[in-house]
Write a protein that binds this ligand. Sequence first.
Ligand SMILES: Cc1cc2nc3c(=O)[nH]c(=O)nc-3n(C[C@H](O)[C@H](O)[C@H](O)COP(=O)(O)OP(=O)(O)OC[C@H]3O[C@@H](n4cnc5c(N)ncnc54)[C@H](O)[C@@H]3O)c2cc1C
Ligand code: SF4
Ligand code: SF4
Length: 392
Amino acid sequence: MRVTVLSDPTRCTGCGACQSICPKQAIRMEPDAEGFLYPVVNSGLCISCDRCEKRCPSGRVQVRPDPQILGGQIKNRAIRQVSSSGGIFTALATRTIRQGGVVFGTILNDSLAAETVGIFSEEGLSDLRGSKYLQSLSADAIREAANLVHKGVQVLFSGTPCQVAGLYVKLDGAHPANLLTVDFVCHGTPSPGVFSAYLKTLEKLHGSRVVRFSFRDKRLGWKDFSTVAQFENGDTESGTQTTDPFLRGFLQNLYLRPSCHDCHLRYDKLPADITIADLWGADMICPERDDDSGLSMILVHSDEGASYLAACEGLDLFPIAHADPLRRVNPSLFEPSRPHRNRERFFRSYAREGFSFDRLNRLLAPPGRLERALDRLRRAPGALARRLQHGR
Ligand SMILES: Cc1cc2nc3c(=O)[nH]c(=O)nc-3n(C[C@H](O)[C@H](O)[C@H](O)COP(=O)(O)OP(=O)(O)OC[C@H]3O[C@@H](n4cnc5c(N)ncnc54)[C@H](O)[C@@H]3O)c2cc1C
Ligand code: SF4
Ligand code: SF4
């Protein structure tokens, strides 16, 4: 009797494609102890057709030709200021809306949880702008986007590479002309449960509810992006990449989804028509264009993506000849993030006491001499055995 979709849940990306294709609506997504969503099967409804497992996109990669690499930004400075990188997403999405289409992207909903939704108006795009460093709930959006595509509506679907792969599962692998997919270079998605526990800690400190949260505020510039929490009582709290506890844990891979550490949806294996990202290294690649207001890197993987991008208005684009210089400055373009050495310890303490600033600071501190020595021994058991054998 089926109770889950994959026998090895660490492979599950949480894309929700299985929920959207189950003919009996037997699957729902539920958080595990780490706060990530996983499919759970209602065995009373399941007819053991195995569609969910057979069509799960996890671990399936298709190698594509090397993408065309561009740099660029939206010319409208005000839009750039409220976008995470160079605002390319807004230019792509605006074209879709003006064609009478629907744009799927991620919002922070009223409970400050990340959720993928369909947007029908240019004003609505403001909710999609800005990276939300969380795994978003996407199963319903995958179903809705596929329905609209079948009805002939122009659809732009943006999401993590694994969510885009999930949408193509729902579409039986078809690439219809009225669908444009946009993914991004992905460092990995942090636990929604951990974020919500972090917000509770902030709320306790301020004695008030957090009503808005920005993960990529540009008040200090694009490169030194910061977080801003706004509270119901009018307070605000801002943190940088070195001071905001949640951001520090995210950037150091303390609580990314397990599947992110083995995700090969990168560079020439990305599933979308267009990939957007930060043009980290802009000061070295194109210093004359870098005023720290935000620049994007764009990877174009398909002819449809190329013609869609070329028809977008208000963009300033330029070619980037080689991907190699990007390897050092944006490693997620080529390889998955390695888990922090204290990931397991973090989740053990999270299960006991929730999100604790003190605990986080201790776990993120550089390892001491003893820990470094133990770590070397752990990583080299063969070497240790040989030394013990030879009495050294
Ligand atoms: C979890 C995560 C990890 C990332 N890692 C990297 C990285 O390692 N290197 C890099 O160069 N860029 C990374 N990015 C991408 C980068 O932060 C920008 O989102 C991207 O450059 C687009 O910027 P923009 O200015 O064009 O668009 P913006 O206007 O900022 O648009 C943001 C776009 O991202 C989508 N989005 C936001 N949050 C989520 C989410 N949680 N899940 C799915 N879609 C979401 C929105 O729907 C919208 O399409 C990451 C983004 C996220 C969400
Ligand atoms: S389809 Fe997506 S959510 Fe379902 S098991 Fe596979 S990876 Fe997980
Ligand atoms: S085996 Fe078929 S019916 Fe059962 S959960 Fe999977 S898709 Fe649904």
